[in-house]
Design a protein around this ligand. Structure first.
Ligand code: GAL
Length: 841
C-alpha cells in the first residue's frame, strides 16, 4: 500500500502542482499558458525595505512581469557558517512577498557565486579561510558549503511557499553564474564542478526549472541562458530549451576614478526588440534598478558605492527618463504581439543588405512583423508588403498587425526630464543655525596594543580578513645627524610598492601623500618626497582595500598590501625597509569602538568645535541634525571631502571618494546610439569625480536628532557637506510628425482602425504634482535638449498657448500634432516637431 500511496502522491504532485512552470523550445509555459516575459533585476540589499514596494510598482508600471534577484550569500552568513541573517535589507522573504503581492513573478539567482560587482562575488570571506578550500571547482569544502547554503535557501523558499510549484512567484532559479568563461582555467575539476552544480541544483526539487547563464556545456537538466549587450543571435545548447536572456545591461557600473558610462535608450530598446524578433521569450534587464552598494558591500577593487547602472529606475528610485518610458512603450508594443509571436513560426525576409523582416502569422489570421535596419549609419526606406517604411539606422519597427508601426526603437516618443541634486544646508532645529560639530582624531599608526610584529610584510586581506578596509603597517628608522639631506634641506624620497588597493603614508604623524591603483588594476607604486628628522622617525603606512575582487578565475587568491618600502636619498644611497621589523594594527580605533553607532558614539572623547578642522587626516566628524525638508530622495554631497566612510544613525551609507577621472579619457557630449555598444563608448564626466553624491535612504532619518558620522582619511572640508534633494525640475518631450503615435492601446482594441492616429506629445508629473508652468513650447523646427530647447526658423507662435491650454494644472496631458492644434501651413517642406518643457510642482 505504501508504494501505491507514494505513487498516487507523486502523481498528484506532478499533476496538481509541479508542471506549473514548464517549457519547450519556444517559451516558458506557466499554468499551461505560453509566456513572453519582461524581467527586471532589483537586488534587495541594494535598497531598503521601505523602497521595495515602490520600486516593484514602478517596474510593473514600466511593463515588467518578473523581478529578478541574486541571493547574496555573504550578507546572510557574514561571519560564520553557523549563523544566518535575514533582517532589514537582507530580508529576502519579505522582498519576494512584495513581488508576489504586486502580482509579479520572480527569478531567483541563487548562485551562490554572483559576481555582481559585489564584495568577493557574494561568497563569504570566511570560506576562503577554511583550510583546503578553492572556490568554484571540484573542491570538497567549496561544494559542501555551497550545497549547504543552496539547500538552506531552497528550504526557506519552500517553507514560505514561494516556488511557483507551490503557488508562489518563483518561476526559475539559477545555479552558479557565468562559469563558462572560467571553467577552462580549472581544468578537469572545472568540468566536474559545473556538472555537479547542475545536478546538485536539480536534486533540490523546487518544481521549477533551473537555469545556468553563459554555461557553454550546461547539461540538458538545466536551461543555458545568455548574458550580453545583445543576445538576438544566441541559441540554447539543446533544441528543447527556450531562448532566455538573463542579463541585458541597460548601462554599466562605475569605478572610482573612471568616467561614467552611458548606454542610450534607443540602443537598449533595439537590443530587446531584436531579441524578441529572433525568437526570444524571456528578457531580463540587469539592472532595472541598480541601487546602492551600502557599507562595504561594493566589489572591487574600486567599484563605486553607487550602483546606479544608468538603469531604467535610478539609484534613488525615480524612473529614469526617457529610458524608463521608452522601454515601457517597447514592452507595450511587444505585448501586443505576444499571442501571435508565441503561436506561429517566423518567416524571415530580406529587405536590403542590412535590413530584414521577421513575420509571424498565426492560424487565426493574426500577423506581427518586426522590421530591422541593422546598418549602423544609414537610414533606409524599405518595402514591406507593398508599403514603404522608413527605418532609421540601427532600429527596429514593430508592427503588431503587419501594417501599422506602433513603435520604432530609435524614435523616443516618451517624455524626458531634467533631474537635479538641489543642495540643502545641513541644519538643526534648535534655532541656532550653527551646527555643533565634534571631532575625534585617530593616531597615525598603532593605537592601543599592536596586533603583531613581523620582519617583512603580510598580505593585507589575509590579515584583516575583510573585517575592515584598513591595516596599519608601521616601522621606524633612525636618521643620523650627518645625513646630507638634513643639512641641505633636501627631502628623501619614499618609494612604496603595493599589490593594492590604496595607501596613505604618514611620517611622524604627518600625512606625506597617498596613492592607489587604477581602473580594476590594483597594484600601484607610491613615490613622494618626505620629511625626516635627525633621530627616530616613525613610518606609519595605512593600507586600504576598496572592495574585494568579485570575479575571475581564482579571484579569491588575489592579494593586497605592501610588498616593498624604500627610502632614497641617504648618504649611503637607498635604505630598504622591506625586511625591517613591522608592527601591525588591524582597523581603526573608532571602528573598533563602534563610534559611528548611537550605542558606541560615546566611547571616545569627542572635542566640540564651532569650526570643524579642514584638511585634517584621520578625523572622525560627528554632527546631530534634522532631515532635509520635503520628501524627495536624499544624497550626501561629498565633493569637498577626501576619502572615507559615512554613517547616518549607525546605518552604513558606505565608502565615499570623490576621486576624479582623468581629463584625458574619451568623453562625449552627444552619444550616438547607432552601432554596437561597449561600456567605453559614451563616457561623460572626464576630469570630474566619478561619484559626488551618496544615497541616504529617507527611511534612515528620524524627525530630528540624526547622528551623521564621517571618517575622513586624508582631509576635507566638512562644512561643505550638504544633503541634496533629488528633484525632477522639468519634464520635456520632443516629437516629430512622423513618429509613431504614443497612444497605442487603441490598436489592440480597434485592430488597425487607428492607422490615422497622429503623433502626440504626452506629459505626466510624478506623484501628487501638477503641471504648474510651461517653460517652452514650439511647433516647427525647434532644436536642443531638455532644459535648453530653442526655437528654429520655423515656429508657430501659438505653441505656448496650445500647450498651456491642454496641460496647465493637470497631472498629465496629451497634445496631438494636428491641424486643429497647430498651423500646419507652416514650413511644409520640413518634418515639423513639437518641443515642450514644463514644470511640475
Ligand atoms: C556579468 C555578471 C554580473 C555582473 C555583470 C556586470 O558578467 O554575471 O553579475 O557582474 O557582469 O555588471
Amino acid at each position: 500500500m505504501a508504494l501505491g500511496l507514494i505513487f498516487l502522491f507523486s502523481l498528484c504532485f506532478t499533476l496538481c502542482f509541479a508542471g506549473n512552470v514548464s517549457y519547450d523550445s519556444r517559451s516558458l509555459i506557466i499554468n499551461g499558458e505560453r509566456k513572453l516575459l519582461i524581467s527586471a533585476a532589483i537586488h534587495y540589499p541594494r535598497s531598503v525595505p521601505a523602497m521595495w514596494p515602490e520600486l516593484v510598482k514602478t517596474a510593473k508600471e514600466g511593463g515588467v512581469d518578473v523581478i529578478e534577484t541574486y541571493v547574496f550569500w555573504n550578507v546572510h552568513q557574514p561571519t560564520s557558517p553557523s549563523e544566518y541573517h535575514f533582517d532589514g535589507r537582507f530580508d529576502l522573504v519579505k522582498f519576494i512577498n512584495i513581488v508576489q503581492e504586486a502580482g509579479m513573478y520572480l527569478i531567483l539567482r541563487i548562485g551562490p557565486f554572483v559576481a555582481a560587482e559585489w564584495n568577493f562575488g557574494g561568497i563569504p570571506v570566511w570560506l576562503h579561510y577554511v583550510n583546503g578550500t578553492v572556490f568554484r571547482t571540484d573542491n570538497y569544502n567549496f561544494k559542501y558549503y555551497m550545497e549547504e547554503f543552496t539547500t538552506y535557501i531552497v528550504k526557506l523558499m519552500k517553507k514560505e511557499k514561494l516556488f511557483a510549484s507551490q503557488g508562489g512567484p518563483i518561476i526559475l532559479s539559477q545555479v552558479e553564474n557565468e562559469y563558462g568563461y572560467y571553467e577552462g582555467a580549472y581544468g578537469e575539476g572545472g568540468k566536474r564542478y559545473a556538472a555537479w552544480a547542475a545536478q546538485m541544483a536539480v536534486s533540490q526539487n523546487t518544481g521549477v526549472p533551473w537555469i545556468m547563464c553563459q554555461q557553454f556545456d550546461a547539461p540538458p537538466s538545466v536551461i543555458n541562458t545568455c548574458n550580453s549587450f545583445y543576445c538576438d543571435q544566441f541559441k540554447p545548447i539543446f533544441p528543447d530549451k527556450p531562448k532566455i536572456w538573463t542579463e541585458n545591461w541597460p548601462g554599466w557600473f562605475q569605478t572610482f576614478g573612471a568616467p561614467n558610462p552611458h548606454r542610450p535608450a534607443e540602443d537598449v530598446a533595439f537590443s530587446v526588440a531584436r531579441f524578441f524578433q529572433k525568437g526570444g521569450s524571456v528578457q531580463n534587464y540587469y539592472m532595472y534598478h541598480g541601487g546602492t552598494n551600502f557599507g562595504r558591500t561594493a566589489g572591487g577593487p574600486f567599484i563605486t558605492t553607487s550602483y546606479d547602472y544608468e538603469a531604467p529606475i535610478d539609484e534613488y528610485g525615480l524612473p529614469r527618463l526617457p529610458k524608463w518610458g521608452h522601454l515601457k512603450e517597447l514592452h507595450k508594443a511587444i505585448k501586443l504581439c505576444e499571442h501571435v509571436l508565441l503561436n506561429s513560426k517566423p518567416v524571415n525576409l530580406s529587405l536590403g543588405p542590412s535590413q530584414e523582416a521577421d513575420v509571424y502569422a498565426d492560424a487565426s489570421g493574426g500577423c506581427v512583423a518586426f522590421l530591422a535596419n541593422i546598418d549602423d549609419k544609414n537610414d533606409k526606406t524599405v518595402d514591406f508588403q507593398n508599403v514603404s517604411f522608413k527605418l532609421p539606422a540601427w532600429s527596429v519597427s514593430i508592427l503588431p498587425d503587419c501594417k501599422n508601426v506602433v513603435y520604432n526603437t530609435a524614435k523616443v516618443t516618451s517624455q524626458t526630464a531634467l533631474v537635479e541634486m538641489v543642495p540643502d544646508n545641513l541644519q538643526q532645529k534648535d534655532g541656532s543655525k550653527a551646527l555643533k560639530w565634534e571631532v575625534f582624531v585617530e593616531k597615525a599608526g598603532i593605537w592601543g596594543e599592536p596586533d603583531f610584529m613581523k620582519n617583512g610584510f603580510v598580505d593585507h586581506i589575509n590579515t584583516t580578513k575583510d573585517t575592515t578596509d584598513y591595516l596599519w603597517y608601521t616601522t621606524s628608522i633612525v636618521v643620523g645627524e650627518n645625513e646630507e639631506f638634513l643639512k641641505e634641506g633636501r627631502h628623501p624620497v619614499l618609494l612604496i610598492e603595493s599589490m593594492g588597493h590604496a595607501l596613505h603614508a604618514f611620517v611622524n604623524q604627518e600625512l606625506q601623500g597617498s596613492a592607489s591603483g587604477n581602473g580594476s588594476h590594483s597594484p600601484f607604486k607610491f613615490k613622494n618626497p618626505i620629511s625626516l628628522k635627525a633621530g627616530n622617525n616613525e613610518i606609519a603606512l595605512l593600507s586600504m582595500t576598496v572592495g574585494l575582487p568579485n570575479a575571475g578565475s581564482f579571484y579569491e587568491w588575489v592579494g593586497a598590501g605592501l610588498t616593498s618600502v624604500r627610502i632614497e636619498g641617504f648618504n649611503n644611497g637607498t635604505v630598504d625597509l622591506s625586511h625591517f621589523n613591522w608592527i601591525y594594527k588591524i582597523g581603526l580605533q573608532g571602528e573598533k569602538l563602534g563610534i559611528y553607532k548611537p550605542e558606541g558614539v560615546n566611547s571616545v572623547s569627542w572635542v566640540a568645535t564651532s569650526e570643524p578642522p579642514k584638511k585634517q587626516p584621520l578625523t572622525w566628524y560627528k554632527v546631530v541634525l534634522d532631515p532635509p525638508a520635503g520628501n524627495e530622495p536624499v544624497g550626501l554631497d561629498m565633493l569637498h571631502m577626501g576619502k572615507g566612510l559615512a554613517w547616518l544613525n549607525g546605518e552604513e551609507i558606505g565608502r565615499y571618494w570623490p576621486r576624479k577621472s582623468s581629463v584625458h579619457e574619451k568623453c562625449v557630449t552627444e552619444c550616438d546610439y547607432r552601432g554596437k555598444f561597449m561600456p567605453d563608448k559614451c563616457f561623460t564626466g572626464c576630469g570630474q569625480p566619478t561619484q559626488r553624491w551618496y544615497h541616504v535612504p529617507r527611511s534612515w532619518f528620524k524627525p530630528s536628532g540624526n547622528l551623521l558620522v564621517i571618517f575622513e582619511e586624508k582631509g576635507g572640508d566638512p562644512e561643505k557637506i550638504t544633503f541634496s534633494r533629488r528633484k525632477m525640475s522639468s519634464i520635456c518631450a520632443l516629437i516629430a510628425e512622423d513618429y509613431p503615435s504614443a497612444d497605442r492601446k487603441s490598436l489592440q482594441e480597434a485592430g488597425s482602425k487607428n492607422s490615422n492616429s497622429k503623433a502626440s506629445v504626452h506629459l505626466g508629473c510624478p506623484q501628487n504634482a501638477v503641471i504648474s508652468a510651461v517653460k517652452f513650447a514650439s511647433f516647427g523646427t525647434p532644436t536642443g535638449k531638455c532644459g535648453s530647447y530653442s526655437e528654429g526658423e520655423c515656429h508657430d507662435p501659438n505653441s505656448i498657448s496650445v500647450v498651456e491650454k491642454a496641460c496647465l494644472n493637470k497631472t498629465e496631458c496629451t497634445i496631438e500634432l494636428t491641424e486643429e492644434n497647430f498651423n500646419k501651413g507652416l514650413c511644409p517642406d520640413f518634418t515639423r516637431r513639437l518641443a515642450v518643457e514644463a514644470v511640475c510642482s
